[in-house]
Design a protein around this ligand. Structure first.
Ligand code: PEP
Ligand code: MG
Length: 551
């Protein structure tokens, strides 16, 4: 038995086989080869393997999502077989005597640049496809099988770290747990684990070798340990804990349908955070009162090109209809920083977390923003949608946003398209500047939702992605708690309601504090709704409020 330790980011126990997640990006070395014809043959074999993988993906996608969405894999097969691409790779190998990996990477780079320089937007979008197929061929040259999870049964996914664009492609039904070598407690890997309600461990020095694949393991998200090839006694003990956990879940089930009301009669709304339509089943299963944060950027991350108005409209409409009149807060595109999509072609930045991200992109590229707003507004005719804007720093920004929303509404009126004329508009409070301007901002909008993940990052000056700073990261920092009180007070004074949708909202040790501060809503991962309801039902706030001097 091997025991590896890390930092647990979500509790629970998982028992199953390990599966090493293969990164799509490989580092390619430039090397001289002595037998160029043998190298060309290696390339031909890798190309054939890539075509086979794409054919298998095409067939799988046709079954799961239909012919139209599967076409991308057919197009990729054609690109792998493209004569110009093949000629270029073979020419580099033969004329420069270089290794196939380098020749493919070089060709991929050149073709990407060529596409990016084209005037036609369609062709510019193909640059991302070239990158994809190039990485696939390089992966095949490295002897790797298909990218991602290679198993038919649910597994414990082991990875170096997971980018949001990688998690979005994963088949969630196949994941029992995440274990990553890197990643921080506040990264999107942990958020995903919480959404899925599965144990996760980060900062664990588990080897990422093929030899790990298929080995029996236990992830203990209470202890932060992974047991590989566990001894029978350990296995028996952990199975017992797993059973107890399942019993606890059954008890929580009995809280479904109950109101979120404290012992002394204070009510609070408990909503769910989602990243895509697949999470909707969890929202309903956990009896959330609404959706407090739909991270719409995941639609963009899961796409090879800008999603069209119709594509987005279909998704937002599905969410609104499924929630059947319950509130659905759609956050507009929060791309940039840790969430990158190639086709945005964002400039390289020294400080991406403080760079061109979220609303800043929307305000500098209004055509992208307006497409999304049209789609959301049109979907608002099918349910109770609110729109929320991320990363706000000033009243001026909010005024600009409101005038763009008004413009889009006018265009929809002119087109005779229906939408909710009284749609609620809200903002995320994620920057210290927004905290200081809370009252003035509240006068402009209907609601606030505090993004504690970013607010903590910007307040404590601690990069939420940087694992080595976890020891300095204090999510209960008194400065932060003071800010949370200022926000809710400012909101109410300015006539807006206030909620929290960052991870801190699901910290059960603070639920009483948030109730006492006067928060109207907490939006958390679907799996946290019922545990949170349990705490609300068992809490008495009036005395505590008096003690703290809160009104
Ligand atoms: C936050 O910053 O707290 C938040 C909810 O947004 P995200 O985690 O998507 O940045
Ligand atoms: Mg944020």
């Amino acid at each position: 038995m091997i025991i590896k330790e890390g930092k647990a980011v979500f509790e629970g126990v998982a028992i199953g086989k390990l599966s090493v997640f293969k990164k799509t990006e490989q580092t390619v070395k430039r090397e001289k080869v002595s037998d160029v014809e043998a190298e060309v043959k290696r390339y031909e074999d890798a190309r054939a393997a890539a075509v086979n993988q794409l054919q298998a993906l095409y067939e799988k996608a046709v079954k799961e999502v239909g012919e139209a969405s599967a076409e991308i894999f057919e197009a990729h097969q054609m690109m792998v077989e493209d004569g110009d691409y093949i000629d270029s790779v073979e020419n580099i190998i033969r004329s420069q005597g270089l290794n196939a990996e380098f020749a493919v990477a070089e060709t991929g780079d050149n073709f990407q640049k060529m596409f990016l320089e084209m005037d036609d937007e369609y062709f510019r979008g193909r640059a991302a496809d070239v990158k994809d197929i190039t990485e696939r061929i390089i992966n095949c040259l490295a002897g790797g099988g298909s990218v991602g999870i290679e198993s038919d049964e649910p597994v414990i996914v082991v990875a170096d770290d997971l980018a949001p664009s990688e998690t979005v492609q994963m088949d969630k039904d196949k994941i029992l747990s995440f274990v990553t070598v890197h990643g921080s407690a506040n990264s999107h890997t942990s958020i995903l684990a919480k959404t899925m309600n599965i144990p996760a461990i980060i900062g664990c020095d588990i080897p990422l070798t093929d030899e790990m694949n298929g080995r029996e393991a236990i992830v203990d998200g209470f202890e932060g340990k992974v047991y590989i090839d566990p001894d029978p006694e350990v296995l028996a003990e952990k199975k017992k804990i797993l059973l107890q956990e399942q019993e606890k879940k059954t008890l929580l089930e009995q809280l479904k349908g109950k109101e979120n009301i404290t012992l002394d009669g204070q009510k609070i709304n408990l909503y769910a955070n989602i990243g895509n339509t697949k999470d909707l089943a969890l929202v309903l299963k956990n009896d959330a009162g609404g959706i407090g944060l739909f991270r719409s950027e995941f639609i963009y991350l899961g796409s090879d090109d800008y999603p069209t108005e119709e594509e987005q409209f279909a998704i937002y409409k599905q969410v609104a209809e499924t929630m059947a009149g319950k509130k659905v807060i759609i956050r507009t595109l929060d791309i940039g920083a840790d969430k990158q999509a190639d086709y945005f072609n964002l400039p390289h930045e020294e400080n991406p977390a403080m760079g061109l991200r979220a609303i800043r992109i929307c305000l500098t590229k209004p055509e992208i923003f307006k497409t999304q707003l049209r789609a959301i507004l049109r979907a608002s005719a099918f349910g109770k949608i609110s729109i929320m804007f991320p990363m706000i720093i000033s009243v001026d920004e909010v005024k600009k946003i409101k005038s763009i929303v008004a413009e889009v509404k006018n265009e929809l009126d002119a087109d005779g398209l229906l939408y909710d004329k009284d749609i609620e508009l809200g903002i995320m409070i994620e920057t210290p500047a927004a905290v200081m301007m809370a009252e003035e901002l509240a006068e402009e909008v209907d609601f606030f939702s505090v993004g504690t993940n970013d607010l903590t990052q910007y307040t404590l000056a601690i990069d939420r992605q940087n694992q080595s700073l976890d020891e300095f990261y204090d999510s209960h920092h008194p400065g932060l708690l003071k800010m949370l009180k200022m926000i809710v007070d400012g909101a109410h004074k300015g006539g807006a309601w206030a909620g929290i949708c960052g991870e801190l909202g699901s910290d059960l040790s603070l639920t009483k504090e948030f109730l006492a501060m006067g928060y109207d809503e907490l939006s958390v991962s679907p799996g946290r709704i019922l545990p949170l309801r349990k705490v609300v039902l068992e809490t008495n706030v009036s005395e505590y409020k008096e003690e703290k001097g809160y009104k």
